[in-house]
Design a protein around this ligand. Sequence first.
Ligand code: ADP
Ligand code: MG
Length: 715
Amino acid sequence: MVFLIFVLNLFIISSANHILSSPIEYLKGVGPQKAELLKKELNIFTFGDLLGHYPFRHIDRTKLNSINELTPELEFAQVAGVLQHYDVVGQRQGKRLVATLRDKTSVMELTWFQGITWVQKMLEVGQSYLVYGRLTFYNGQPQIIHPELEVLSAPQALTKNFLEPVYSTTEKLKARGLGGRQIGKLTQHLLGMLRERDVPENLPEAIISRLKLVSRFTAYQQIHFPPSPTGFDEAVKRFKFEELFIAQMRVNLLRSSRHRFSKGVVFDKVGDLFNTFYKEHLPFELTHAQKRVIKEIRTDTARGKQMNRLLQGDVGSGKTIVAVLVMLLALDNDYQACLMAPTEILSQQHFTTIQGLLEKMQVPVKLLTGSTKAAERRKILKELEEGHLKILIGTHAVIEDVVQFKNLGIVIIDEQHRFGVAQRARLWQKAATPPHVLVMTATPIPRTLAMTAYGDLDYSVIDELPPGRQPITTVHRYESHRSKVMDFIRAEIDKGRQVYIIFPLIEESAKLDYENLMHGYENVKGYFPEPKYWISMVHGRQPADQKELNMRRFVEGDTQIMVSTTVIEVGVNVPNASVMVIENSEKFGLSQLHQLRGRVGRGADKSYCILLTSSKLGKDARERIRVMTTTNNGFEIAEKDLELRGPGEIDGTRQSGALNFKLASIVQDRQVLELAKNLVAELLEEDPDLVSAANLQLKNFLQLQKGAVVWSKIS
Ligand code: ADP
Ligand code: MG
């Protein structure tokens, strides 16, 4: 039945949508050859795609600047003047075309580095031109490089009141007569052909009127050819909302269809293991946040649907114990559990911790990594298949095809961003019914963002640290004070503490970083000579075993100092380390600084984070350092990070594409996002399948979108 409605809708809509889905070659002035280019260069396949190619700005043709009032504050300028002369000057790379333009007040230069021959043909001394472009100053003189240029026949043309759209285009398109202006002409022509009904609404009427949005048709008209600045704003407001609303709708639908259709292992018993551990072996009282999260997971895993949950908790918030309790829950329901970590050292640490916690309960736990010996490996594989081994901890090694479980009930992944989607998919094949998946991450993601980026996952957060933590003291020091910093470190080491010294790792300049690190290492060695002091060094160019060895020596306390690039960022636990020194900390992003800082403050001792920088700091770097020295709260830092850098850098979201909007910005339009989120929730609460007439146009739109929501079972 549902399927039938789907087919019918599709039919109705595809006829109604006829015009917008017409291939672009059928637009007057395009034709097959230009169409080919438009597809290749700008991804414009249909009339609708052309409408969606918004101008990136408008030129206010009503404003004219006189040359003598041009100042560096003015970013763009439009000047009308007479061409005095022009000339090609310079050689080879320096070759350029320079023209002088004069108006009533003064003269300015126009410069071209490219297309010189072509531009030259257009220029005529004595002719009046209207020029527009980004203003630069050279020796105090105003100039425009590669200006837009137009012959000015009659000055009164300027009195027209209009905002002219400017479109992005490419060199190839320009060469075929599809520059920005031509694209504008095509768009204008297309809009002229269309009527309101040709551009079907995709938002429910109720929302449109509630938010006072202009119709989709009007919005297209006004975003390309705004009758006024307000008209443009109205269009942008509508499209921003639309983008965020549709994106949110998609993730919510994905999630709810997973909730409804996917089969999952049922953990409905809370049995002996969980209870005994909880009552007798918990080493500490759980925080409220930990209790809440465990409850959320219990509810979720008991429903017979597959759980797909992101557990976010700041470094040190106690995610491991949650993992242990959840694994015991699986065991109580006669299932096996598996915990994956991204590195050997982390798996080893988890193994030691968890084995220690479960010691008195006689629960079989084993570790499987790349370096597990063949005989031991064979034994583990056998026990897993037979079901005697209940908990497996390890690295990627656990998802290899040879690893088969008897009845795997849950997989917990620590520090998710090291695992790709493909790797996760392999887990699915390890059991007839897909196991529950819990992904634990310490990368703080602001809530609103998480809802959109990971909206198809369920989401739990530990937003509270265990009691009694001593806050880490963070200070900023200039490099010129290095020897004082080293004195401080020495005093800490002499008290028995350990110290991290971190160097930046910037992919583009790997070689430079490496030299920088080596230089730093020699320097540290000078301050801390053997045999009184021992230093571990870890970096990306080392063979894996050497890395492990150096790590291990530090973890076991054989070395007091760890000199490293950011490879140690994720998860290592050395409670005795109490000082984190970050070299060139102006080069790090906020989240990364916060993650690094989380390596200390794990034991009983007072801990410090020292941010070393050069004396010259940019505005953003100064702000990052300020934030770091004033707060320890990961969520506050994440919010600030988002503000400073935008969402592009946040782990895992880039591939998802969930955050790539044409107009909306997750940062600037957060309120709109919040609004969209609430409206989506409200709407789906009332009409989860979008079957009501009021939501039909929305449903149709979603079904026709590229990569549309899969309405049936999602596996
Ligand atoms: P993370 O969330 O960074 O993985 P861990 O699970 O490693 O954090 O926990 C950090 C430290 O805090 C561990 O030493 C752990 O034993 C301790 N811990 C966790 N929960 C609590 C709690 N509720 N009370 C006291 N200590 C706790
Ligand atoms: Mg951890």
